[in-house]
Design a protein around this ligand. Structure first.
Ligand code: FES
Length: 107
């Protein structure tokens, strides 16, 4: 199990214990965390699972591929240094304690 902290736009935080191998996006959906839409179901084709990864965790994530990089350009909220598609981040013990900030809107 890997613990993820989802920080909402109002500053509140939802802490979830996820299953290793599941994506951050799937973990949010399975636990009714507001703020992730995931229209494409995890295929990196919609950008409605956009999250902002806090600085201390960015280097620990798997590298971004070209598809994710291109798709983030169409995210509803502004892209920043911490922007990632949460469907492209699989949980692993190395990510225990990961904190992501949810954008105000996804569409
Ligand atoms: Fe569509 Fe992540 S769920 S890009």
């Amino acid at each position: 199990m890997t613990k993820i902290h989802f920080q909402h736009p109002d500053g509140s935080v939802t802490e979830i214990e996820g299953t290793d191998g599941d994506s951050v996006m799937q973990t949010a959906l399975d636990n009714d965390v507001d703020g992730i839409v995931a229209e494409c179901g995890g295929s990196a084709m919609c950008a409605t699972c956009h999250v902002y990864v806090v600085p201390e965790w960015r280097d620990k994530l798997p590298a971004m591929n070209e598809t994710e990089d291109a798709m983030l350009e169409s995210a509803s909220e502004e892209r920043t240094e911490g922007s990632r598609l949460s469907c492209q981040i699989p949980l692993s013990p190395d990510l225990n304690g990961l904190r992501v900030i949810l954008p105000a809107t996804q569409v």
